[in-house]
Design a protein around this ligand. Structure first.
Ligand code: MSP
Length: 531
């Protein structure tokens, strides 16, 4: 069975989760669900990055120990992902021994191979902030502290470095040979552009400073006076989690999902580390753009982050699946930012879910109740009807959805299902079963067979539309399948279930159930739900 290993960034636990974290993990979830249905052996990984200094700082501000602070926020991430119905197979925390032990072993291996060496770090130090600022930041502030305005000091300290420069050529060759290694295209060009300026070795450790009693992070295995720089060990999580006998076959990862903010680490630093470790490289690094809120960048200072509690309020009013659908199909995949705007949410919800899928399902089921006593009509097997070749149309959309999933185009993939719904609506409008029903005198009337055929085709097509909705809206799609009396496919059963009138197709006489309205139409005037 082919494996499919998809990862998300591991998120900092200095704070609680917000829409951005939920978004990337949702993307991984939708893609993972599709691959499971399509028969791959899937591993989906998400988790938390805990050893950052800002975690210590926030814990101190809150007056609790750093482990407790990390525990609380890690739990908040788990809760958020549960609410979003995310199906991660594992949730890694970098404070776990399984991560620390393996990450230390990789660092030791790189020390042994000479890929990590002790060198001098020279930089502009801000004594008030106890941190180095980059040359460009220092220059922009006339070599004064951007915070206090006091002069910056040129300092030298001993650090361990990773020989990134040694991998410049090999990495360039890999990028040339694998044009889809970094996606989307705009991000790949960004990486290539920066690589042309040459690769510098990167610091991988900091001298241990007093953390106020907290021993947080991973020590350099060869030199406990140094602590491994948080980014370097964090990247290792993707490998530490599968570096066990039962999971080794998942490596290399098929796809690292993340946003543009952390592309360099994933597209350059991590692949070079893997080369140094003699490990194969992941299939692709996909860096999406950002969600902004009501047209404005989200930031702490603006206080306009869409927090998990606000997403919960949307979930309560419109259903969690509607939130999933909106984020996954309207989100910032590709290279341009996307706006989370309430009016846009309501427009999409009404057009695609309430008036789209929901209305189509109730139309079809209601007519089957009215004209066939709520049982799947016994219809002749006519491939082409009303100018529509239903088997080709539906299998075509299944194949196109598969192609879009391969391109991580979730808008394209999700709209294959909607295209089937649109075809059903058009077919109903053209064949007018409601008018035909009035003319039919009884089961012996030849027009009765036509009526049966029309409604059978609608219901069978709707079943396949629901199949394609499963990765996006697991509950609502299952509700549609339940209404039709159809079974929900298990792992690897997409192909069999997608067959028109196949083994899992609708059977004549099987009961069809009127569901509760799937999606209540939304009031466009109503204010946004608040947490
Ligand atoms: N801990 C590092 C990642 C280490 S991975 C080895 C980190 N954490 S983070 O908590 O800051 O999360 C950053 C990620 O959150 C982004 O790459 C993206 O996946 C997600 N998002 C954060 N803000 C976002 C938006 N406004 N919009 C969409 N996704 C965003 O960086």
């Amino acid at each position: 069975m082919p494996t499919f290993y998809v990862t998300t960034p591991i998120y900092y636990v200095n704070d609680r989760p917000h829409i951005g974290h939920c978004y990337t993990t949702l993307l991984a979830d939708v893609v993972a669900r599709f691959h499971r249905l399509d028969g791959d052996d899937v591993l989906m990984l998400t988790g938390t990055d805990e050893h950052a200094e800002k975690v210590i700082d926030r814990a101190k501000e809150a007056g609790v120990g750093v482990q407790e602070w990390a525990d609380r926020n890690a739990q908040a991430f788990r809760d958020a992902f549960e609410f979003m119905e995310l199906s991660q197979d594992d949730f890694v925390r970098t404070s776990e021994d399984r991560h620390k032990d393996r990450a230390s072993a990789y660092i030791q291996k790189l020390v042994d191979s000479g890929d990590i060496y002790l060198g001098d770090y020279v930089g502009w130090y801000d004594p008030g902030q106890e941190e180095y600022v980059t040359e460009s930041v220092a220059k922009a502030h006339d070599y004064k502290s951007p915070v206090s305005g006091k002069p910056l000091e040129k300092r030298t300290e001993q650090n361990y470095f990773f020989k990134l420069s040694a991998y410049e050529q090999k990495l360039g060759e890999h990028l040339d040979a694998h044009p889809r290694f970094v996606q989307p295209e705009a991000r790949r060009n960004e990486v290539l552009g920066r690589m042309r300026q040459g690769l510098q070795d990167v610091p991988v450790s900091r001298a241990v400073k007093d953390d106020g009693g907290e021993d947080w992070g991973i020590r350099m295995p060869n030199d406990p006076g140094h602590r491994v720089y948080v980014w370097i060990e964090a990247l290792c999580n993707y490998l530490t989690v599968v570096d066990t006998p039962d999971r080794r076959h998942y490596w290399p990862a098929s796809m690292h999902l993340l946003a543009k903010d952390i592309l360099w680490f994933h597209a350059v630093v991590w692949p070079a580390m893997l080369m140094a470790l003699d490990e194969p490289l992941p299939g692709c690094v996909y860096a999406h753009a950002y969600f902004v809120a009501e047209g404005r960048k989200m930031s702490k200072s603006m206080g306009n982050f869409i927090e998990i509690d606000q997403l919960r309020a949307y979930g309560e009013r419109y259903s969690v699946d509607a939130v999933r659908w909106y984020l996954a199909t309207q989100g910032p995949l590709g290279s341009t930012d996307a706006d989370f705007a309430h009016t846009n949410f309501v427009d999409i919800y009404n057009a695609e879910l309430a008036n789209g899928l929901g209305n189509c399902a109730s139309r079809v089921v209601n007519m089957i109740h009215k004209y066939f006593d709520g049982n799947v009509p016994d219809a002749r097997d006519a491939t082409v009807h009303g100018d529509i070749d239903w088997p080709s149309l539906t299998i075509g959309h299944v194949q196109t959805a598969r192609d879009y999933f391969g391109l991580v185009d979730l808008h394209g993939a999700g709209h294959q299902s909607l295209a089937i719904v649109t075809a059903i609506d058009g077919y109903i409008n053209n064949t007018e079963p409601f008018r035909l029903a009035k003319k039919v005198s009884g089961p012996d009337d030849p027009q009765y067979a036509d009526l049966a055929l029309i409604l059978y085709n609608c219901a069978e097509a709707l079943r396949i539309a629901a199949l394609l909705m499963l990765p996006f809206m697991p509950q609502k799609a299952k509700a549609v399948l339940d209404m039709l009396g159809a079974s929900t496919p298990g792992n690897g059963e997409l192909e069999a279930h997608a067959a028109w009138r196949g083994e899992h197709g609708l059977k004549a006489g099987a009961p069809v159930v009127k569901g509760q309205g799937l999606f209540m139409r939304a009031d466009t005037e109503e204010a946004a739900p608040q947490a």
